[in-house]
Design a protein around this ligand. Sequence first.
Ligand code: GRF
Length: 202
Amino acid sequence: MTVKIAVLVSGRGSNLQAIIDNIERGYIKNAAVNVVISNKANAYALERARNHGISAVFLDPKGRDRAEYDREILNVLREYDTDLLLLAGYFRILGSEIIDAYRHRILNIHPSLLPAFKGLHAQKQAFEYGVKVAGCTVHFVDEGLDSGPIIIQKCIPVLPEDSEKTLTDRILEQEHIIYPEAVRLFVEGKLKVEGRSVITLD
Ligand code: GRF
């Protein structure tokens, strides 16, 4: 059986690309990205989707409140019979209706070692804080901001010569490794959520 994946994006889509590439090269088996949904018309992620023959849908949030907008997303998810929803650089908060409908079936990648540096510009927050270790996190999405159960984290040292940019770039390299890994574990049915803990049955 193929796990049908939908991806929510707002911009560049390099994590989306990493997922697509890892499906195409067979690292993630029995899964397909069927639809990519963006809240930004000009998101490059939409073009990446089209380049791979994946449906690319722009849903305009203008003039809709969050609940209405989320219902439109839900309609698309149902239309594509979605099993797994991935947030990949999606810069909006999901409402409780989607989270309820897809409980423990929504993943997000965040560029910090959660629970540190939630929200926007996490790498900048970490750099300016002066941390010696930075990294990224894949987690299940719940009602809070970047607060759901953690699936995988990867840490990297902050080097004396790092700038915010070089640190961000090295974190992104790791994002492109751990996000496909988490998706593979999900697709293989190897993630079990127990309260705040995610048990990996690998
Ligand atoms: C990534 O750093 C991701 O962790 C964060 O937003 C950025 C999206 O980048 N949530 P991309 O669109 O996947 O290239």
